[in-house]
Design a binder for this molecule. Structure first.
Ligand code: FAD
Ligand code: MLT
Ligand code: ZN
Length: 463
């Protein structure tokens, strides 16, 4: 049966579109964090939407599951197959066209496999901004960031990816093509069905192309690294910056001093200000002049009030990029440091200092010897409270941290999604009616559970 399917896939896609050699399958088989090794039957690389639809129809006829994959930078194991050797990975890596950038309508249309950085650069070339920014932007794809409803460092000002998607083209689990590639700012004509697919992690349909919203490219920006005495002071600094710089603030990132030490250890990058327990990286951007003066006044004010202890404002684009490297290299430094358990949590912003205190106490009590690597998007209430483990089991660490998250009314997945990593934990936390909504949607669109099965919802839960 599977050889018959492979032969039909070859007829449909040609030799460039089908990968079956074991050595060539490796890169598609395991996730970025190397936590979920899988074994695909094959990898298909369709060249256009019609071929994606053809693959989905063929696989459905043979009862074969399809796992969509973009840049494979996801943090939840959503883009890799299980170990059964029966699932087909559908890689969007040949669908990379950037179809149109419209500086007047402020839109960009791209195929799903277009790398995020390519799309950002194309927008910048016509003086526009695509404000989706994350450390994996050199590999993550347009389809991937839509499928995960990614966050990143600019959510504070521009929102999650969902807020930036105007139109979507999706191949449904039955192989039909839903063409919603509209570029309208206002469109209340019926259900906004594209929202179902944004953040559905490839379980409801395969995104093949999208129209994204662009913004004016700011003409001036200010990047500053500040050290702060504690997380409460970081929140005071946030409030002070918001009072004085308003919506020009596009990023407000918290980093523990220990996170920056990891970056120094593994990449040799040194922070340009004195050592401290906590740091904040702030970026403000504007199309109007006068931003630098306003930012320097606001930060000076924060220093005077004791919210910040020390700080530096980048003098050039190069210096700003160097400051960002300190933040963007944390994830890779953590991976080099050893085994860690990641937490992508959000709690109401004012509760963050108390959350940090209580999570620290719980870990010290129940998992002594572990180290915390804490950084993240403070302005969004989203922290990566990652724990470097020392012989402790991952499940135990997850339970300790997530119990505290629950007490604070938080979320166990602020931006990375559920994938296969957090299925059981999600199901524990959702009420029966909420799970029933999810199951009904899944069953309505994918009754045979052939699109990315076992991701977001467990297979049993879908029955
Ligand atoms: P993949 O990893 O390939 O896939 C992710 C999920 O989407 C899978 O479930 C997959 O099946 C599905 N999928 C992919 N493409 C499609 C498609 N075309 N149609 C349907 N489903 C599809 N994430 C954040 O939110 N914020 C961050 O700040 C952030 N920083 C990161 C930093 C680093 C260093 C790394 C390695 C990752 C980071 N991530 C971050 C996680 C990751 O980059 C995002 O989740 C990103 O959106 C994944 O894009 P991708 O193309 O790699 O998708
Ligand atoms: C980030 O903000 O850098 C990420 O989401 C990646 C991570 O959690 O390590
Ligand atoms: Zn993040």
């Amino acid at each position: 049966m599977s050889s018959e399917l492979l032969s039909k896939l070859l007829d449909l896609l040609g030799p460039n579109g089908l990968v079956t050699e074991a050595s060539d399958l490796e890169g598609y088989s395991i996730d970025w964090r190397h936590l979920f090794p899988g074994k695909p039957l094959a990898v298909v690389r369709p060249a256009n939407t019609a071929e994606v639809a053809g693959v989905v129809k063929l696989c459905r006829a043979y009862g074969t599951a399809v796992v969509p994959q973009g840049g494979n930078t996801g943090m939840a194991g959503g883009a890799v197959p299980d170990a059964s050797g029966t699932q087909v990975v559908l890689s969007l890596s040949r669908m990379t066209a950037l179809r149109e950038v419209d500086p007047v309508g402020m839109t960009l249309e791209a195929e799903a496999g277009c790398v995020l950085k390519t799309a950002q650069d194309a927008a910048a070339a016509v003086g526009r901004l695509l404000p989706i920014s994350l450390a994996a932007e050199g590999s993550a794809t347009v389809g991937g960031v839509i499928a995960t409803n990614a966050g990143g460092v600019n959510v504070l000002r521009y929102g999650m990816v969902r807020a930036l998607v105007l139109g979507l083209e999706v191949v449904l689990p039955d192989g039909s093509i839903a063409d919603g590639l509209r570029r309208l700012r206002k469109d209340n004509a019926g259900y906004d069905w594209k929202q179902l697919f944004i953040g559905s992690e490839g379980t409801l349909g395969i995104v093949t192309a999208a129209v994204l919203r662009l913004l004016p490219q700011p003409k001036s920006s200010v990047t500053a690294l500040m050290s702060v005495p504690d997380p409460k002071a970081a929140l005071d600094l946030l409030a002070c910056a918001q009072d004085e710089l308003g919506d020009t603030i596009s990023a407000f990132e918290l980093m523990a001093g220990s996170s920056l030490k990891l970056v120094e250890k593994h990449f040799g990058l040194r922070r340009p200000i004195a050592d401290g327990d906590w740091f904040v990286l702030i970026e403000a951007a504007s199309s109007l002049s006068g931003l630098r003066e306003a930012a320097e006044a606001a930060l000076g004010n924060a220093l005077e009030q004791g919210f910040a202890l020390d700080g530096t404002v980048a003098e050039s684009g190069r210096q700003a990029a160097d400051l960002w490297q300190l933040r963007e290299r944390i994830t890779e430094s953590e991976a080099k440091e050893g085994k860690s358990v990641k937490h992508d949590v959000s709690v109401p912003i004012p509760l963050i200092p108390q959350f940090l205190v209580e999570a620290g106490i719980a870990l010290e009590r129940d998992a002594p010897g572990t180290r915390v690597n804490c950084f993240g998007h403070l302005g969004d209430g989203n922290l990566h409270y990652n724990v470097l483990i020392d012989g402790h089991a991952s499940d135990e660490i997850n339970r300790i941290v997530h119990d505290v998250v629950d007490r604070f009314g938080g979320s166990i997945s602020a931006e990375h999604g559920i994938g296969q990593y957090r299925v059981a934990e999600l199901e524990k936390r959702r009420s029966a009616p909420e799970l029933a909504i999810a199951r009904r949607i899944k069953t309505a669109l994918d009754p045979e559970d052939l699109l990315n099965p076992g991701k977001v919802l467990s297979r049993a839960e879908r029955a």
